[in-house]
Design a protein around this ligand. Structure first.
Ligand code: G3P
Ligand code: CA
Length: 247
Protein backbone atom coordinates (compact mmCIF):
# COMPACT_ATOMS: atom_id res chain seq x y z
CA UNK A 1 0.00 0.00 0.00
CA UNK A 2 1.27 3.49 -0.84
CA UNK A 3 2.41 5.72 2.04
CA UNK A 4 -0.20 8.33 3.03
CA UNK A 5 0.81 11.50 1.24
CA UNK A 6 0.94 15.15 2.27
CA UNK A 7 0.37 14.78 6.00
CA UNK A 8 -2.31 17.13 7.33
CA UNK A 9 -1.49 19.54 10.16
CA UNK A 10 -4.55 21.09 11.79
CA UNK A 11 -3.62 24.77 12.17
CA UNK A 12 -4.38 26.07 15.68
CA UNK A 13 -6.38 22.84 16.05
CA UNK A 14 -9.36 22.40 13.72
CA UNK A 15 -9.73 26.17 13.70
CA UNK A 16 -12.20 26.23 10.84
CA UNK A 17 -14.74 24.47 13.06
CA UNK A 18 -13.89 25.60 16.60
CA UNK A 19 -12.16 28.63 18.12
CA UNK A 20 -8.43 28.52 17.37
CA UNK A 21 -5.98 27.25 19.97
CA UNK A 22 -8.68 25.96 22.34
CA UNK A 23 -9.12 22.46 23.74
CA UNK A 24 -12.27 22.14 21.63
CA UNK A 25 -10.27 22.78 18.44
CA UNK A 26 -7.60 20.29 19.51
CA UNK A 27 -10.16 17.60 20.35
CA UNK A 28 -12.00 18.04 17.06
CA UNK A 29 -8.77 17.64 15.10
CA UNK A 30 -7.85 14.53 17.06
CA UNK A 31 -11.22 12.93 16.36
CA UNK A 32 -10.53 13.09 12.63
CA UNK A 33 -9.00 9.71 11.74
CA UNK A 34 -6.41 11.01 9.25
CA UNK A 35 -5.14 13.95 11.28
CA UNK A 36 -1.95 13.00 13.11
CA UNK A 37 -0.59 16.53 13.61
CA UNK A 38 -1.86 19.74 15.11
CA UNK A 39 -0.19 23.13 15.24
CA UNK A 40 -0.53 25.47 18.24
CA UNK A 41 0.95 28.82 19.31
CA UNK A 42 2.56 29.25 22.72
CA UNK A 43 3.32 32.28 24.92
CA UNK A 44 3.92 32.78 28.64
CA UNK A 45 1.46 33.89 31.31
CA UNK A 46 2.32 36.37 34.07
CA UNK A 47 3.17 33.43 36.35
CA UNK A 48 5.49 31.93 33.69
CA UNK A 49 3.28 29.10 32.50
CA UNK A 50 3.21 28.28 28.76
CA UNK A 51 -0.27 29.08 27.43
CA UNK A 52 -1.79 28.43 24.03
CA UNK A 53 -2.83 31.57 22.18
CA UNK A 54 -1.77 33.28 18.95
CA UNK A 55 -1.90 37.06 19.47
CA UNK A 56 0.14 38.94 22.07
CA UNK A 57 -3.06 40.85 22.86
CA UNK A 58 -6.19 39.19 24.22
CA UNK A 59 -8.72 41.32 22.43
CA UNK A 60 -9.32 39.43 19.16
CA UNK A 61 -10.01 35.96 20.58
CA UNK A 62 -11.10 36.49 24.20
CA UNK A 63 -13.15 38.77 26.43
CA UNK A 64 -9.94 39.88 28.19
CA UNK A 65 -7.97 43.07 27.60
CA UNK A 66 -4.32 43.95 27.23
CA UNK A 67 -1.36 41.60 26.93
CA UNK A 68 -1.32 37.85 27.53
CA UNK A 69 1.81 38.28 29.67
CA UNK A 70 -0.05 40.42 32.21
CA UNK A 71 -2.51 37.66 33.13
CA UNK A 72 -1.92 34.52 35.17
CA UNK A 73 -2.59 31.11 33.63
CA UNK A 74 -5.61 30.66 35.92
CA UNK A 75 -7.03 34.03 34.84
CA UNK A 76 -6.44 33.21 31.17
CA UNK A 77 -8.10 29.83 31.61
CA UNK A 78 -11.18 31.52 33.05
CA UNK A 79 -11.59 33.90 30.08
CA UNK A 80 -14.12 33.30 27.34
CA UNK A 81 -11.96 32.35 24.35
CA UNK A 82 -14.81 30.86 22.36
CA UNK A 83 -17.74 33.27 21.99
CA UNK A 84 -16.00 35.37 19.32
CA UNK A 85 -16.23 32.25 17.14
CA UNK A 86 -19.65 30.97 18.23
CA UNK A 87 -21.77 31.09 21.43
CA UNK A 88 -21.54 27.29 21.39
CA UNK A 89 -17.95 27.63 22.60
CA UNK A 90 -18.48 30.21 25.37
CA UNK A 91 -16.95 27.87 27.98
CA UNK A 92 -13.59 27.54 26.23
CA UNK A 93 -10.76 29.34 28.02
CA UNK A 94 -7.14 29.93 27.03
CA UNK A 95 -5.55 26.52 27.72
CA UNK A 96 -2.12 25.85 29.12
CA UNK A 97 0.37 23.93 27.00
CA UNK A 98 0.18 21.13 29.58
CA UNK A 99 -3.57 20.83 29.11
CA UNK A 100 -3.08 20.38 25.36
CA UNK A 101 -0.21 17.91 25.74
CA UNK A 102 -2.22 15.89 28.26
CA UNK A 103 -4.74 15.32 25.46
CA UNK A 104 -2.30 14.64 22.66
CA UNK A 105 0.49 12.60 24.32
CA UNK A 106 0.75 9.22 22.62
CA UNK A 107 -2.13 10.09 20.28
CA UNK A 108 -1.27 13.03 18.09
CA UNK A 109 1.92 14.87 17.11
CA UNK A 110 2.18 18.57 17.88
CA UNK A 111 3.89 21.43 16.13
CA UNK A 112 4.45 23.94 18.92
CA UNK A 113 5.16 27.44 17.64
CA UNK A 114 7.05 29.56 20.16
CA UNK A 115 5.77 33.13 19.85
CA UNK A 116 8.94 34.86 20.92
CA UNK A 117 11.39 37.43 19.67
CA UNK A 118 13.98 36.70 22.34
CA UNK A 119 12.93 39.71 24.43
CA UNK A 120 9.28 39.24 25.34
CA UNK A 121 9.58 35.76 26.88
CA UNK A 122 13.23 35.05 27.80
CA UNK A 123 12.46 31.67 29.45
CA UNK A 124 9.91 30.36 26.96
CA UNK A 125 12.27 27.79 25.44
CA UNK A 126 13.15 26.18 28.80
CA UNK A 127 9.53 26.07 29.92
CA UNK A 128 8.20 24.58 26.68
CA UNK A 129 10.92 21.95 26.72
CA UNK A 130 10.03 21.06 30.32
CA UNK A 131 6.38 20.54 29.31
CA UNK A 132 7.34 18.35 26.36
CA UNK A 133 9.55 16.22 28.63
CA UNK A 134 6.88 16.02 31.33
CA UNK A 135 4.59 14.31 28.82
CA UNK A 136 7.32 12.20 27.23
CA UNK A 137 6.63 13.78 23.85
CA UNK A 138 10.22 14.32 22.74
CA UNK A 139 9.60 12.30 19.59
CA UNK A 140 6.09 13.58 18.98
CA UNK A 141 6.75 17.29 18.58
CA UNK A 142 8.46 19.79 16.37
CA UNK A 143 9.23 23.15 17.99
CA UNK A 144 9.14 26.03 15.54
CA UNK A 145 9.70 29.77 15.58
CA UNK A 146 10.15 32.75 13.30
CA UNK A 147 13.00 33.66 15.66
CA UNK A 148 16.17 31.70 14.89
CA UNK A 149 17.60 32.55 18.33
CA UNK A 150 14.92 30.35 19.92
CA UNK A 151 15.99 27.43 17.75
CA UNK A 152 19.64 27.85 18.70
CA UNK A 153 18.66 27.87 22.35
CA UNK A 154 16.43 24.80 22.00
CA UNK A 155 19.19 22.93 20.20
CA UNK A 156 21.58 23.60 23.07
CA UNK A 157 19.06 22.87 25.83
CA UNK A 158 17.98 19.58 24.28
CA UNK A 159 21.46 18.63 23.05
CA UNK A 160 19.95 18.31 19.60
CA UNK A 161 17.47 15.65 20.68
CA UNK A 162 14.27 17.58 19.92
CA UNK A 163 13.31 18.47 16.39
CA UNK A 164 13.15 22.19 15.68
CA UNK A 165 12.18 24.21 12.64
CA UNK A 166 12.33 27.72 11.26
CA UNK A 167 9.16 29.51 10.17
CA UNK A 168 9.53 31.86 7.22
CA UNK A 169 7.38 34.00 4.98
CA UNK A 170 10.00 34.99 2.44
CA UNK A 171 12.31 32.91 0.26
CA UNK A 172 16.09 32.85 0.57
CA UNK A 173 18.36 30.57 -1.42
CA UNK A 174 20.53 30.25 1.70
CA UNK A 175 17.81 28.55 3.75
CA UNK A 176 19.45 25.11 3.88
CA UNK A 177 22.57 26.73 5.35
CA UNK A 178 20.55 28.83 7.82
CA UNK A 179 18.73 25.75 9.00
CA UNK A 180 21.86 23.71 9.48
CA UNK A 181 23.31 26.59 11.54
CA UNK A 182 20.37 26.35 13.95
CA UNK A 183 20.50 22.54 14.06
CA UNK A 184 17.06 22.41 12.41
CA UNK A 185 15.79 19.89 9.90
CA UNK A 186 12.30 21.32 9.50
CA UNK A 187 11.01 24.33 7.59
CA UNK A 188 7.57 25.86 8.05
CA UNK A 189 6.96 28.11 5.04
CA UNK A 190 4.23 30.38 3.71
CA UNK A 191 2.89 28.23 0.86
CA UNK A 192 2.93 31.10 -1.62
CA UNK A 193 6.75 31.04 -1.44
CA UNK A 194 7.04 27.44 -2.59
CA UNK A 195 7.50 26.03 -6.06
CA UNK A 196 8.83 22.81 -7.52
CA UNK A 197 12.42 24.02 -7.80
CA UNK A 198 12.56 25.32 -4.22
CA UNK A 199 10.93 22.18 -2.89
CA UNK A 200 13.57 20.11 -4.67
CA UNK A 201 16.39 22.20 -3.18
CA UNK A 202 15.02 21.77 0.34
CA UNK A 203 14.39 18.07 -0.08
CA UNK A 204 17.89 17.46 -1.38
CA UNK A 205 19.20 19.20 1.75
CA UNK A 206 17.25 16.69 3.87
CA UNK A 207 14.73 19.24 5.15
CA UNK A 208 11.17 18.27 6.03
CA UNK A 209 8.88 21.01 4.75
CA UNK A 210 5.46 22.13 5.98
CA UNK A 211 3.46 24.68 3.98
CA UNK A 212 1.03 27.04 5.77
CA UNK A 213 -1.83 27.96 5.80
CA UNK A 214 -3.78 26.51 2.88
CA UNK A 215 -7.52 26.59 3.21
CA UNK A 216 -8.98 26.11 -0.26
CA UNK A 217 -9.32 22.63 -1.68
CA UNK A 218 -7.92 23.55 -5.07
CA UNK A 219 -4.91 25.31 -3.55
CA UNK A 220 -4.26 22.34 -1.25
CA UNK A 221 -4.23 19.99 -4.25
CA UNK A 222 -1.95 22.27 -6.24
CA UNK A 223 0.63 22.56 -3.46
CA UNK A 224 0.42 18.84 -2.69
CA UNK A 225 1.38 18.13 -6.28
CA UNK A 226 4.79 19.72 -5.65
CA UNK A 227 5.87 16.75 -3.54
CA UNK A 228 4.05 13.97 -1.70
CA UNK A 229 6.20 14.46 1.44
CA UNK A 230 5.25 18.12 1.80
CA UNK A 231 3.17 18.56 4.97
CA UNK A 232 0.07 20.70 4.68
CA UNK A 233 -1.08 23.04 7.43
CA UNK A 234 -4.74 23.99 7.15
CA UNK A 235 -7.66 25.33 9.19
CA UNK A 236 -9.85 22.79 7.35
CA UNK A 237 -8.74 19.15 7.56
CA UNK A 238 -11.99 18.22 5.78
CA UNK A 239 -10.89 20.20 2.71
CA UNK A 240 -7.47 18.54 2.89
CA UNK A 241 -9.23 15.17 2.84
CA UNK A 242 -11.27 16.17 -0.21
CA UNK A 243 -8.17 17.44 -1.99
CA UNK A 244 -6.28 14.24 -1.29
CA UNK A 245 -9.10 12.15 -2.69
CA UNK A 246 -8.43 13.71 -6.08
CA UNK A 247 -4.73 12.79 -6.12
O1 G3P B 1 3.38 27.87 12.03
C1 G3P B 1 2.91 28.31 10.81
C2 G3P B 1 1.95 29.43 10.96
O2 G3P B 1 1.08 29.10 12.00
C3 G3P B 1 2.65 30.74 11.24
O3 G3P B 1 1.80 31.82 11.19
O4 G3P B 1 0.53 33.61 12.27
O5 G3P B 1 -0.56 31.43 11.87
O6 G3P B 1 1.16 31.66 13.63
P1 G3P B 1 0.68 32.14 12.29
CA1 CA C 1 1.35 29.43 14.32
Amino acid sequence: MAEPRNVCVAHRGWSGRAPENTLAAVKLAMEEPDVFWIEIDVQLSKDHIPVVIHDYKLRRTTNGKGDVRNWTAAELGALDAGSWFSPLFKDEGVPTLDQVLALTAGRCNVNIELKTNGIRYPALEELVLASVRRFGMENEVVLTSFYAGALNKLFKLSEGRIRTGLIIDSWRQTLPLELSQTGSTFLSIDYSRLNKERMKLLKEAGIQVMAWTINEERAIRKIAELDRELMICTNFPNRWRQAMAGL
